[in-house]
Design a protein around this ligand. Structure first.
Ligand code: SF4
Ligand code: MG
Length: 281
């Protein structure tokens, strides 16, 4: 029986563990946005599960009252998908950082995206490895100088939004930790969307790559005339990296794999083997 909370507030979704992030870490804003979205949707904490991998942002479930699963590095998505397939009644949110989802977990992201299982993914992207003290991540810009790239990063910068659009993800959005109200609204819409929802949350790491000032002026709301059912124009917006757009890029309602599996299982249960044998054996 679900725990019903009348008029929930964000405190109903906070655990008694205080976040251990550095002062000013963008992940505080994403955490607050997530509390707010769960409260606005009146989610039952005992029917909501937050799954994470490894990294600074992956400490998330410890700070939340809903069920949490702090898994192993890069493996939030296999656990989140398995959970949703076996317990479709639960709301499943997978969270983590750019290292977890775009490096070690990148293969899982690709296949999860293609399956369209009804889970919500929030990636806190600070364009750096925070937990291991400031090496480049896949989203670090080309030429970025760190301890691991003293002559500048030679690789190109990974584009998360363009990638998931190309993988036919059915809900694609970007928010910013310093705009938690707008980010909360996107997480809310992602949770309500039936299918794989991908929310790219820009979330600065003031300790190893302070991007706050740059992003404060660079982030740009998606133009109001953008039609989120138009994937081609979503892709054009995704290719703008100097002034990253925030808002809903793309949304498409289509059957999910968890629905299809439930339907198949119903048909299998209804299958009359005796009748089949009588007719065809
Ligand atoms: Fe946040 Fe960076 Fe500190 Fe990690 S190292 S908690 S990402 S500010
Ligand atoms: Mg990171």
């Amino acid at each position: 029986m679900a725990q019903v909370i009348n008029n929930p507030t964000i405190k109903d979704y906070k655990s008694n563990v205080e976040p251990t992030w550095c002062p000013g870490c963008g992940d505080f804003g994403v955490l607050n946005a997530t509390y707010r979205s769960l409260a606005d949707l009146k989610m039952a904490p005992d029917e909501t599960v937050v799954v994470s991998g490894i990294g600074c942002s992956s400490r998330f479930p410890h700070f939340m009252k809903p069920f949490g699963f702090h898994t192993v590095h890069g493996r939030a998505l296999p656990v989140a998908q398995g959970l949703k397939m076996s317990r479709p009644d639960l709301t499943v949110v997978a969270v983590g950082g750019d290292g977890d989802f775009f490096s070690i977990g990148a293969g899982h992201l690709l296949h999860a995206a293609l399956r369209n299982i009804d889970i919500t993914v929030v990636v806190m992207d600070n364009e750096i490895y925070g937990l291991t003290k400031g090496q480049t991540s896949p989203t670090s810009p080309h030429g970025h100088v760190t301890k691991s790239t003293p002559y500048g990063l030679m690789a190109s910068q990974f584009n998360p939004i363009a990638t998931v659009l190309s993988l036919n993800v059915s809900f694609v959005a970007r928010g910013y930790s310093s705009k938690p109200k707008e980010l909360a609204a996107l997480i809310e819409r992602g949770i309500q969307h039936k299918g794989f929802s991908f929310i790219h949350a820009l979330s600065p790491c003031p300790t190893f790559y302070p991007t706050l000032k740059v992003w404060n002026t660079a982030v740009t709301p998606i133009p109001t005339e953008h039609d989120p059912s138009d994937k081609t124009s979503a892709m054009v917006l995704a290719m703008e990296t100097e002034k990253p757009f925030i808002g809903l890029f793309y949304q498409q309602e289509r059957p999910t794999m968890d629905q299809a599996a439930a339907e198949l299982s119903k048909q299998a249960k209804a299958f009359d083997i005796a009748e089949y044998m009588k007719r065809y054996a």
